[in-house]
Design a protein around this ligand. Structure first.
Ligand code: HEC
Length: 107
């Protein structure tokens, strides 16, 4: 309980002053649940052939999403991700990357 309140305020304090440059993990969480959850599962933990996408650095996730958005093939099933990444804005990519870095799957 106290731990989660503490974490929440740390996140708040860290993101507020930088909201113009750094991704907003709360907005990323919302966006994730709109169009990524169905394949990548809760908190990006991965489901069967859909890779785990949480726990990676912001740079890593940003790079992948930008590559897919540019239509670049990375793995054998890139077609699916290219389709999903096409409509993402730079801001959405930042938000999703920030959210996925620390997203944890609670059983
Ligand atoms: C239709 C199912 C589907 C949806 C929806 C989907 N993905 Fe994916 N995603 C995949 C598949 C399949 C791959 C592996 C693609 C490949 O082979 O290159 C992948 C790969 C990725 C990767 C790269 C993983 C790595 O380590 O190489 C990231 C990051 C990612 N997805 C994020 C997202 C985000 C963010 C969204 C929501 C905007 C999303 N995905 C929506 C199926 C999906």
């Amino acid at each position: 309980m106290f731990k989660s309140i503490g974490l929440f305020s740390i996140v708040l304090v860290c993101t507020l002053p930088y909201s113009a440059v750094a991704g907003d993990p709360v907005a990323g969480d919302k966006r994730y649940h709109q169009s990524c959850h169905a394949c990548h599962g809760p908190a990006g933990k991965g489901v069967s052939s859909y890779p785990k996408v949480s726990g990676n650095s912001i740079e890593y996730t940003r790079e992948k999403l930008q590559a897919y958005r540019a239509g670049q093939k990375i793995g054998p099933n890139s077609g699916l991700m290219i389709m999903m990444a096409k409509p993402l804005t730079d801001e959405e990519i930042e938000n999703l990357s920030a959210y996925l870095k620390d997203a944890k799957y609670e059983k």
